[in-house]
Write a protein that binds this ligand. Structure first.
Ligand code: DC
Length: 205
């Protein structure tokens, strides 16, 4: 049986934590689709053409340790505007979503474009200031010397680029459940997501 959970939303809203938690709780496979764009962005920072990089992507590219930097995030957001790059990554994501046993995919266009028939669609969001603070703490814990102001500017710039692009812009699907995590702890946000998935699983059982 395939069962797809699509989790979309802006950077640092809590998608990653929620997706991992949902996957672990229900035994589903998890794909962080941002990593695909980060891996392509990383390759472009090393001089490759974005489309060639997307076509040549192999699973090992997602394992690289330096994909989580602010520089790679910006490069990812830039290559993600290119509709040919996006098309080159569709088949991999759709095949992943139909894995027997269930799959969680998180990104920007999963509920709208990649998996429009997903059994569960969540759109996880939070204010830009709160998201920037979370990302700042994450990056500085890893030794980055980026400032709070830079992180907030980066988050805003990516939000605008991701939401304003013409192909597969970041937006909630019409039938997505909105989850604003601004005033929620990680445990509360995960609990809310688990309850939504649990209800949907009950409906298909
Ligand atoms: O989720 P993330 O911050 O790792 O994503 C990095 C960038 O990749 C993001 O700014 C936009 C792009 N992206 C996208 O366009 N579509 C997705 N499904 C996932 C990420």
């Amino acid at each position: 049986m395939s069962f797809t959970v699509a989790i979309d939303g802006p950077a640092a809203a809590g998608k990653g934590t929620i997706s991992k938690g949902v996957a672990a709780h229900f035994g589903f496979a998890h794909l962080d689709t941002g990593l695909l764009y980060r891996a392509v962005g990383w390759r472009t920072l090393n001089g490759e053409d974005p489309l060639e990089a997307a076509r040549a992507l192999v699973p090992d590219d997602l394992e690289r340790g330096d994909l989580r930097t602010a520089e790679v995030a910006q490069a990812a957001s830039r290559v993600a505007v290119n509709s040919d790059v996006r098309s080159a990554l569709v088949t991999f994501q759709r095949e992943f979503s139909r894995r027997p046993g269930g799959a969680v995919l998180d990104g920007r266009d999963i509920g709208t474009v990649i998996c429009p028939s997903a059994e569960v669609k969540l759109y996880v969001t939070a204010s830009a200031e709160i998201r920037a603070e979370r990302r700042y703490l994450e990056l500085s814990a890893k030794g980055s010397d980026i400032t709070r102001e830079q992180v907030l500017a980066d988050v805003r710039e990516r939000d605008t680029r991701d939401a304003d692009r013409s192909t597969a812009p970041m937006k909630p699907a019409a039938d997505a459940v909105l989850l604003d995590t601004s005033d929620m702890s990680v445990a509360e946000a995960l609990k809310a997501a688990l309850a939504i998935v649990d209800r949907a699983l009950g409906a298909v059982a």
